[in-house]
Design a protein around this ligand. Sequence first.
Ligand SMILES: C[C@@H](O)C(=O)SC[C@H](NC(=O)CC[C@H](N)C(=O)O)C(=O)NCC(=O)O
Ligand SMILES: [Zn+2]
Length: 288
Amino acid sequence: MWEMAQAATSLIEENVLEWTKTDNRRLLHVVFRVGNLDKTIKFYTGCLGMKVLRKRDIPEDGYTNAFLGYGPEESHFSMELTYNYGVDNYEVGTGFGYFGIAVESLSKTIDLVKLKGGRVTQDPSQVKDGSTFIASVEDPDGYTCELIERGLTLEPLCQVMLRVGDLDRSIDFYRRAFGMELLWKRDNPEYRYTNAVMGYGPEDRNAVLVLTYNYGVREYSKGNGYAQIAVGTDNVYKTAEAIKICGGEIIREPGPLPGINTKITVCLDPDGWKTVFVDNIDFLKEQE
Ligand SMILES: C[C@@H](O)C(=O)SC[C@H](NC(=O)CC[C@H](N)C(=O)O)C(=O)NCC(=O)O
Ligand SMILES: [Zn+2]
């Protein structure tokens, strides 16, 4: 009898995990806190060519959001800036890496950032594989943007880099619990780090998560600035179930958010990085 119950449970679990692979998922936005909304909007629009897609004020919770990006939220990855009333600075921490942004000309972008008084933290240089040129700039709160020279691309806001303490553990988690694909993994022994790029669909048309393991570093500080990525799903309830089956931690049970009414569930990955899963239909209603 006990064996039958156990077999039935594992069948249900298998079905839930299979479902994550067929669910309609996509990276929706990356969320971070800023000390001055106008200053940050000016930086990303004036220096990096983004547009303000929408704004919302949630006075009952004391914050304002501005959504920025390169195309409509229905089809593009975007930035969700959070301004908490009265908080004018945040710690970025050592775990957050960067937002990857593809630009057509590095030199023109760098010149513009300098002209507008922005901070260039790494001048253009060629990456080790020899094909790509990158540079880094810092936004007004100290978040790094890695600029990647690419021709015209469908998804210029293309990466979020987070540092992790055990790369295989993370790859396994994002594959099983999130239904992501490992797009590629590359070891750089000379510089003592390994990168794994994970996401939903090919890198040239979808934003991806870049997970970096630095040899021997198991833990990082998270600060209080970077918040999370948001992922769209057709069912936040099944999503939470799948994450629990995979040993992930749900820190907000699935259900509608007060004020916005969008259904979400919130989880932590093995390093404590947060992800918010957002109901796809509710997300579209937010745009109306
Ligand atoms: C629907 C989903 O895409 C959201 O954006 S919900 C927005 C919500 N933001 C905040 O609560 C911002 C204020 C907060 N004080 C902060 O600094 O983070 C959110 O991210 N909710 C997720 C959650 O974990 O509550
Ligand atoms: Zn959001």
